[in-house]
Design a protein. Structure first.
Length: 634
């Protein structure tokens, strides 16, 4: 069997839950030479529906049929519609899949941690050990299976101990740290007395709840108990140390990947694997800390975290500042490439929708019928310090270049502006996406820069079109008077400075009024276009031509001479004769030409030379008119 490839689907990477599970997956994948592709978004971060649509576009990219198996952290999705859409796609692909904390899909293998029993034990401990009677509960999103299970466990523990949960003391959160702050604000606004305990569905919310309570003057646990769930690094090292729940997240990630490996290689595994969790009773409920505190180890870990965070902040700041100064795609990609080394990865790919620069209305992937852009371009493919690009590849391939080795972990992260999908980036074999709180900031900095370059491109195109309209005659598609004055003034100045002879030819169509009166203005326009084409054809690269009036044209040339003026007039005359022969119109195209050749001096002006050429042209036009009258009278 070749290299096994599995997809991991998760929402959010900046919490310890996905961090520890992915660490376990990565270790197992390395042990079994499996390639892992993690598709992640950061939904619900900025409280914007359009922003979330852009974030979730990454899930439309996944072609599960290209993978041998899937690991689904569906419990990280607060949106049941999105969760259902992803599970349907996995089912349709017919590949073995492991789902975390969910019994709803019999097709999948389920790996769970016993949330119910341990949350029940923790709640009952607060009631029986510490005498809590009034409980406030800060929940995760109840559409999330884990959040629902923990909520049910809290209710059961209260009920079994003769207590009830007042709905006014229930706060609907989303597992984000900010929810702890909002929950305390909601409690303060309710006017209810202080409860005996705030039981929280995870540590992130519990820790910010403690901080908010302390700002209001309450002490934990003297005035109120606060508990969490997850036993994160911050929970272990907070003061007071948090009463919480220790879950074997790393082990569950490792086992989930191992189950997929066994299934793909033909081994049988039980449909459900349940791991035990353990309550950790500590200072925030009034118990003694059982943490064997190692100050030296703590200081080292804390310093490392602070140092990494500071380095990442500086990197993002430099990247943002550098990108702000770019105006072209090349400059933008150069700045991004210069940052990649700091991510300590093996590969970094910037993958953009093929029309990212030319199509301002890049698609929004707003519903289940949305499909990802068919074709992509990868302007940056960075592999171990070498940079290449891929002009076009199919989005269904996901990777711009195939991976030829196993044991890699690849993170696919969305690039978008609001709801508009711009593409994604891939970062391989780096801890940056899971250890850094700034991974999402990196994606937003790149997205904003790509969008800015796209807008600048459209502005440039609009300016070019405006410039074109300003200097080009729309009927004849040669310079108009504005364009002629701009270009001819440069040639005039060059003649004055370098003493080069300047040639100005004034050309007037013969009989345009007669053509308009007898055959209509459409024919008049046709005649003007044919004359313009003849003039343009006969001009060499050192000449410019323009339509400066209704039937008036001008040619300006450097290094002019009498012979070149005669050659130009002869060429135009022959071209018009050829057109007359070809079109067989009931009228004859002809023009009168007057030329001035002069090395200009300080006393000359461009307008003076034009008037002199115009006068010469009229001499010729009167001569031709007299000649036609004489021929008529014979």
């Amino acid at each position: 069997m070749g290299i096994i490839n599995i997809a991991v689907v998760v929402s959010g990477l900046d919490e310890e839950y996905p961090y520890n599970i992915i660490r376990g997956i990565r270790r197992s994948a390395g042990d079994h030479n499996i390639n892992v592709s993690v598709f992640a978004a950061f939904g619900g971060v900025v409280n914007s529906k359009k922003f979330d649509i852009g974030e979730f576009s990454i899930y439309n990219l996944i072609d599960f049929s290209k993978f041998d198996g899937a690991l689904m952290l569906s419990n990280t999705f607060s949106d049941p519609v999105l969760r259902g859409r992803i599970t349907s796609k996995v089912k349709a692909a017919g590949i073995p899949a492991v789902i975390f904390e969910c019994d709803d899909h019999q097709e999948f293998y389920n790996i769970s941690i016993d949330n119910y029993s341990v949350m029940y034990k923790l709640t009952e401990h607060v009631i029986k050990k510490h005498g809590a009677k009034v409980i406030n509960y800060i929940s995760g999103p109840l559409a999330n299976p884990e959040a629902q299970t923990r909520y049910e466990a809290v209710q059961a523990a209260l009920r079994d101990n003769g207590l009830t949960l007042d709905e006014r003391r229930f706060y609907h959160g989303f597992f984000r740290s900010y929810d702890g702050i909002k929950a305390i604000e909601a409690f303060q606004e309710s006017g209810l007395p202080l409860p005996d305990a705030f039981i929280c569905a995870n540590d992130s919310m519990a820790l910010t709840a403690i901080s908010s309570l302390e700002k209001l003057g309450y002490k934990v646990p003297d005035d109120v108990i606060v508990t969490g769930f997850d036993n994160t690094f911050s929970a272990k090292n907070s003061s007071p140390e948090l009463t919480t729940v220790e879950r074997p997240l790393y082990q569950s990630g490792y086992k989930a990947c191992e189950i997929i490996y066994d299934l793909v290689t033909g081994k049988e595994r039980p449909r459900k694997t349940v791991l035990d969790a353990t309550p950790v009773f500590s200072e925030s409920c009034g118990c003694q800390s059982t943490n064997m505190f190692d100050l030296a180890s703590y200081k080292k870990r804390t310093y490392t975290r602070i140092e990494n965070n500071n380095n990442n902040v500086h990197m993002i700041n430099r990247l943002t500042a550098g990108l702000a100064e770019t105006a072209t795609p090349e400059d933008c990609f150069k700045v991004i490439t210069g940052m990649i080394n700091e991510l300590e990865c093996d590969m970094f790919c910037l993958c953009l929708t093929e029309d990212w620069e030319s199509d301002f209305n890049t698609s929004s992937l707003a519903d289940e019928n949305s499909t990802y852009a068919e074709n992509m371009t990868a302007p940056i493919v960075w592999r171990n310090g070498e940079v290449t690009s891929v002009k076009r590849f199919k989005s269904s391939d996901m990777f711009p270049v195939p991976q030829e080795t196993g044991g890699n972990i690849n993170y696919f992260l969305p690039l978008h502006f609001g709801e508009r999908c711009l593409g994604y980036y891939i970062i391989s074999n780096s801890d940056f996406p899971i250890y850094s709180l700034l991974c999402h900031s990196l994606a937003m900095a790149i997205s904003n820069s790509v969008e800015n370059i796209s807008k600048l491109s459209h502005i440039r195109k609009a300016m070019e079109e405006l410039d074109h309209l300003y200097v080009i005659d729309p009927l004849c598609n040669i310079y108009n008077r504005n364009g002629f004055i701009n270009r001819a003034s440069e040639m005039f100045d060059d003649s004055l400075k370098n003493h080069k002879p300047l040639m100005l030819c004034f050309i007037d169509m013969d009989g345009l009024k007669s053509i308009n009166d007898n055959y209509g203005h459409n024919e008049g326009d046709f005649a003007l276009q044919r004359l313009a084409a003849a003039i343009n054809k006969c001009c060499d690269t050192s000449s410019i031509c323009a339509r400066v009036g209704g039937d008036e044209f001008v040619v300006c040339s450097t290094n002019g001479s009498e012979s070149s003026a005669k050659a130009l007039a002869s060429c135009i005359e022959q071209s018009l004769n050829d057109i007359n022969t070809l079109t067989q119109k009931p009228y004859t195209l002809s023009a009168s030409i007057g030329s001035v050749i002069k090395v200009v001096d300080e006393n000359d002006t461009l307008n003076d030379l034009l008037e002199k050429a115009d006068e010469k042209m009229y001499v010729i036009k009167r001569r031709k008119k007299k000649q036609r009258m004489d021929e008529t009278n014979i």
